[in-house]
Design a protein around this ligand. Structure first.
Ligand code: HEC
Ligand code: HEC
Ligand code: HEC
Ligand code: HEC
Length: 471
């Protein structure tokens, strides 16, 4: 298993100095060196140190790259980037699909890890309505909250739980302690959510190798999750809906099955009145389901934490961002073509997925409007309408699975296409059944439904949808 190497002598001196003089003076070399497996050597003493600045003492180079997460910028990327832009206006059908809950009020592109909590404080309060549970992925203080308050913190108002975070920690985003042990420096999982989810997943390896563990540190957050609700719509838990799935094969079908069987419904769609679950950023699920890069043994960090040289020393970059922003450095060991050629290839894959995503998304929006129309048509055929609603739910999960995933399909183009094609098909079925339900009542529906985008804070300048003619 992977371990951080530390300078044994330096660490010994560190402790002697600490004990004898109560002072902390500089070690000549604070860089990790071989020896961390030696359990007789005291550890780094960073357990409970949530602030990455405290870790800089031992790991100045990793910390230096970590600070680069503060950089913004979106020019490097066609569909994502590191500035907060309005993702509903970028794909305007999402205004219709998300109407009725937080996502439909505001859905912004994420920035770097250092902003995870800061950005959450800035968003529309409607997005935090689920309560303290929202903090689970955003602050390194969450394991402490869990210890102090238990799962009671999930359902308390967000602001009340946020107020429990000590001031010196209450702006911190993703931190060293989220992925590393504070004593040994080794990679470790800090969130009970992933441990519980793995326990419910079929075929999980008994021991994780270095690559798997590295990837699972990301899977603590870059996964879809569900927030089970009680009768009063209070959030009572946070789970990864993997209980019908298997390792290397977490499909949207298995997730959907669990949402339905376990009743993981979180909101009611304002346009159609349908109760729905939701799919959030399934990077881990999409990538590990038979993608070519996963199949040849890559993990997230191979592409997102390229090796960089700082002060003459090789370091894994801790700037987690689009590989485009890092000049595709991490790809060059395998891909011989020029960086520009490789970038063009990635973008062409993304454009292809974007086209399908947009087509399926607009189709689902048409379906939603058709169902709304049928709901408002007296004597619309009940059976057909309920078939329409069933198909809409299926379309919604599939389209959102790829839309919420952050690589615009690049992490697994084959699976992205499969899921979107199904999404498009279900959306078309939903629209057809809803139209038939209306026609059965002797009413002629319009040829194309108006999406009424003017009802929403739609900003056409953000539009990144494929230039797709509706109908
Ligand atoms: C999101 C998870 C995550 C966070 C947060 C994180 N690391 Fe890491 N770190 C990793 C992973 C994964 C690797 C191993 C990469 C590999 O070898 O595949 C790693 C490797 C390292 C290494 C050893 C390898 C090297 O060449 O750099 C050190 C030292 C390290 N991290 C220190 C830190 C420090 C200090 C912080 C906080 C400023 C930090 N890490 C934050 C995931 C994380
Ligand atoms: C504790 C939760 C957490 C962990 C662990 C985590 N991430 Fe993130 N990640 C986030 C959040 C939250 C954001 C969005 C930040 C925001 O809202 O501004 C994000 C954003 C990103 C981005 C996009 C940043 C940008 O510039 O747009 C990348 C790339 C990324 N993470 C990769 C990784 C990788 C690779 C790992 C594992 C080594 C990892 N993350 C582990 C929570 C996490
Ligand atoms: C083969 C290399 C590769 C692997 C492996 C990989 N990614 Fe990516 N990732 C990319 C590329 C390329 C993009 C697209 C960047 C863009 O569009 O700007 C991307 C995009 C992302 C983004 C959005 C970045 C942004 O700018 O908003 C996140 C988040 C992310 N990946 C997380 C992960 C996680 C988590 C894993 C592991 C489960 C992973 N990636 C595995 C190459 C990779
Ligand atoms: C460990 C080696 C390795 C690394 C690192 C790697 N790749 Fe790949 N990549 C491959 C292999 C092998 C294939 C499959 C080639 C095939 O099947 O034709 C592939 C396929 C691809 C394809 C699809 C080719 C096509 O034309 O359909 C693209 C695009 C791609 N990689 C981009 C990237 C990018 C971007 C990165 C870095 C962010 C990256 N790769 C990192 C080995 C790697």
């Amino acid at each position: 298993m992977h371990s951080l190497r530390m300078d044994v002598e330096c660490v010994k001196r560190f402790f002697i100095i600490l004990v004898t003089a109560g002072l902390l003076t500089g070690c000549s070399s604070r860089q990790p060196a071989p020896g961390s497996q030696d359990k007789t050597v005291p550890g780094f003493g960073l357990e409970g140190k949530l602030d990455p600045a405290d870790w800089a003492e031992f790991f100045p180079r990793e910390y230096q790259t970590y600070l680069l997460n503060l950089e913004g910028g979106s020019d490097h990327s066609t569909f994502r980037g590191s500035d907060a832009f309005d993702r509903n206006s970028a794909w305007p059908f999402q205004w219709v699909l998300f109407d009725g809950w937080g996502m439909g009020k505001e859905y912004v592109e994420s920035r770097g890890h250092t902003y995870s909590l800061i950005d959450q404080l800035k968003i529309d309060p409607a997005r935090r309505a689920a309560g303290g549970v929202c903090l689970t992925c955003k602050t390194p203080y969450v394991p402490e909250l869990m210890e102090q308050m238990g799962i009671g913190y999930f359902s308390l108002p967000y602001d009340e739980v946020y107020a429990q975070i000590p001031e010196n920690y209450n702006k911190l985003g993703v931190s060293c302690i989220d992925c590393h042990d504070g004593n040994t420096g080794e990679l470790r999982l800090s969130r009970w959510t992933i441990t519980e989810a793995l326990a419910g997943l079929d075929g999980v390896p008994e021991q994780f190798n270095k690559k798997q563990l590295s990837m699972l540190t990301c899977a603590q957050c870059h996964v879809t999750y569900s927030i089970p609700k009680d009768e009063d719509n209070n959030s009572v838990d946070l789970i990864f809906p993997w209980h019908r799935a298997a390792w290397d094969n977490i499909t949207i079908e298995a997730i959907e099955q669990q949402i339905k069987e376990d009743g993981l419904y979180e909101w009611t769609h304002a346009v159609t009145g349908i109760k729905l679950g939701h799919i959030r950023h399934p990077e881990f699920e999409l990538f590990t389901n038979n993608s070519f890069h996963y199949n040849i043994g890559l993990s997230c960090s191979d592409c997102h934490m390229p090796e960089v040289t700082i002060d003459g020393e090789k370091t894994r970059s801790h700037q987690w961002t689009s590989p485009f922003k890092q000049g595709l450095e991490s790809c060059s060991s395998c891909h011989g073509q020029s960086r520009q050629e490789l970038k063009d290839r990635v973008i062409s894959i993304q454009q292809d997925i974007n086209k399908l995503f947009t087509e399926a998304g607009f189709k689902a929006a048409q379906a939603a409007k058709a169902i709304e129309f049928a709901n408002n048509t007296p004597k619309a055929d009940e059976a057909l309408l309920s078939e329409a609603k069933e198909a809409y739910e299926k379309a919604y999960y599939r389209i959102t699975f790829i839309g919420a995933e952050n690589s615009m399909g690049f992490h697994n183009p084959t699976e992205a296409r499969r899921v979107l094609n199904d999404g498009l098909r279900f959306a078309a079925t939903a629209e057809d059944r809803a139209r038939e339900a209306v026609i059965a009542a002797g009413v002629t529906p319009p040829a194309v439904f108006d999406l009424e985008l003017e009802k929403y804070p739609y900003n056409p300048e953000e539009n990144r949808a494929y230039n797709f003619q509706e109908q």
